[in-house]
Design a protein around this ligand. Sequence first.
Ligand code: HEM
Length: 392
Amino acid sequence: MIDFFSDDMRRDPFAAYDQMRRHSPTFHVPPPFDAWLVFDYDGVKRVLSDHDAFSSCVPAPRNWFIFFDPPRHSKLRALISKAFTPRMISNLEPRIRSLSRQFLNKFIESGKVDLAENYSVPLPMMVIAEMIGIPSADWSRFKFWSDQILLLSHTRSGTEKAAQAIAGFREVTVEMSAYLESMIKERRAESRDDLLCRLIEAEVDGEHLTQEEILGFFQLLVVGGQETTTNLINNAILCFVENRDQLARLKASPELLPSAIEEVLRYRSPLQWMMRTPRREVAVNGQTIPPGKLVLPMIGSANRDMKQFPDADKFDIAREPNQHIAFGQGIHFCLGAALARMEARIALSDILVHLKNFDRIGTEPWKPRDALQVHGPAHLEMRFEPAARLAG
Ligand code: HEM
């Protein structure tokens, strides 16, 4: 029986995925896990997007709209989309660039770094804080909240650690709620150009977001916007170190960077699976899944399906077409995709230009990150040619 949660498998699940797609594209893991895993591209796409058959209401924090179904999901998504606009995201570009330089400057003269800990983790975290409008004086508090919320996805349900994570999450929710209340008061007294102001003002059919809904969205941003983007950056570096020819190709043709980022999203998808539950009996790949069971559409496997991607196990930065589903599919399609792509573009162009001749230190297999759903290294020890600090 394959354990998809073992470290070895989380580091390199792709041969096992291939076997599953060939022989059991829909596979039932018996109790106590009792979940149905779907591995093929068409099956995964259907589970993600057929919201009549598959509900997103799975056991999870109750205020996060990612776990809502229509019509409640449609209302919340419409309100949030009014605030979370392409313009708001593109306005963040100079600030993200400056944050990227600040983090690089802390280690660029030394010639070595744990890139995960010192760059790929703090950058997306600070981008979310900045976007929400949290003043820099409160960033350490925000980091503490983030770490507590992320613990929720680091633990397997039913364990002692999971119980502690849930208790920690409750405490943080109370603290964040009080903090948000005072931030909202400030914004009502004096409007600002930040996401919080836009969320307060957003209106669809005379309805506004409640404070509880805004809090739920902020917590979802912490989980959805940080760990995922961190892994996109780290996984890109892993792909380049393992495929030096593709790194050389990108350096010779930097205009390929956006397409290279899409290939990293496909080849090492930051989120390997999502969760759904059937509303009724549903057949997928000839297997009947009973209502109410847990279904995991395996995004990381779908993105390696040979039927969809010729030479799927080859990392090709100019792959065309590349209809990967790393950001999901359908009504829940990632709201932060444009932001994640922009952050990756800024981060990778800075790393490629300024960390010359980078390589991994050591050859031992990397340790996967704690959150079971994500794919990527917990640490990324790198060496490169030391350089002078950057301006800006
Ligand atoms: C590489 C980075 C990212 C990846 C791979 C990713 C992946 C995904 C996926 C697969 C979904 C669909 C969930 C489902 O169908 O149940 C999703 C939804 C979502 N993502 Fe992302 N995400 C990334 C970055 C971000 C960022 C930066 C943000 C925000 C700042 C964000 C916010 C969201 C939100 C709010 C949803 C829920 C949308 C809905 O339910 O309507 N994500 N993301």
